[in-house]
Design a protein around this ligand. Structure first.
Ligand SMILES: Nc1nc2c(c(=O)[nH]1)N[C@H]1C(S)=C(S)[C@@H](COP(=O)(O)O)O[C@H]1N2
Ligand SMILES: [Mo]
Length: 206
């Protein structure tokens, strides 16, 4: 047996998967899991479709409120995205179905002064982000995941999905979007999680 055969066989590692933008698919410090862990601070709430309202307010030309049926009637899209939790797990290829964020933005028309958004849950969880992070191709208000209704513990029946930021920006049990001139920290952002939450820069804590 030649030396080259001896060494040639074992040295290959699985190639690092890349995203279309050239970044590693797995952000630094993350591990890949096929399971879908549940990460919730509050108790999983009971959902009441008769009292639910989806509210859009603040720095917008057209604030509005939708009933549950009205929200369900908006056009839907499907998209597949990876999901990265700040506690270091990443779940690949989540197939989401829901209302694209631009359906909401087109109706609301954020004013020229709207630079930040606070996502609100009906449990009172909140999370903030720049409008430029919310207004993106892969952001949606999701009702379905991997072909099924979103389970209550994962934010069902409705949650926000912002795949490019750590998952604490993806508010479960979404009840509204507040558009703001100035930034304000949300639930975890007050308690030490990064305001900007970019997984590829490992913006975990402040
Ligand atoms: N309302 C609410 N939304 C939330 C959270 C929460 O505690 N409450 N946790 C966030 C965090 S830290 C993560 S990692 C994801 C977890 O979503 P999952 O439980 O569906 O995996 O939801 C985010 N959205
Ligand atoms: Mo998380």
């Amino acid at each position: 047996m030649t030396l080259s055969r001896l060494f040639g066989q074992k040295q290959e590692k699985a190639p690092v998967e890349k995203r279309p933008d050239g970044l590693d698919r797995l952000p630094p410090g993350q591990y890949h899991t096929k399971k879908w862990p549940v990460l919730t601070y509050e108790r999983t709430p009971k959902f009441d479709p008769t009292t639910y309202r989806f509210k859009v307010w603040g720095e917008v030309e057209h604030p509005f409120e939708l009933t549950w049926d009205e929200l369900l009637d908006l056009p839907r899209v499907q998209l597949t995205a990876d999901f990265h939790c700040v506690t270091t797990w990443s779940r690949y290829d989540n197939a989401w179905e829901g209302v694209h964020i631009r359906e909401i933005l087109q109706r609301a028309k954020p004013t020229a002064d709207a630079h930040y958004v606070m996502a609100h849950s009906f449990t009172n969880y909140t999370t903030n982000m720049p409008l430029s992070d919310l207004d993106d191709d892969d952001v949606l208000i999701a009702f379905r995941h991997d072909g099924e209704e979103l389970e209550a513990e994962h934010g069902g029946p409705v949650r926000l999905i912002v795949p490019k930021l750590y998952a604490y920006k993806s508010a479960k049990w979404l009840s509204g979007l507040e558009f703001m001139k100035e930034d304000r920290p949300g639930f975890w952002e007050i308690r030490g999680y990064s305001n900007s939450a970019n997984p590829w820069k490992e913006e975990r804590y402040w």
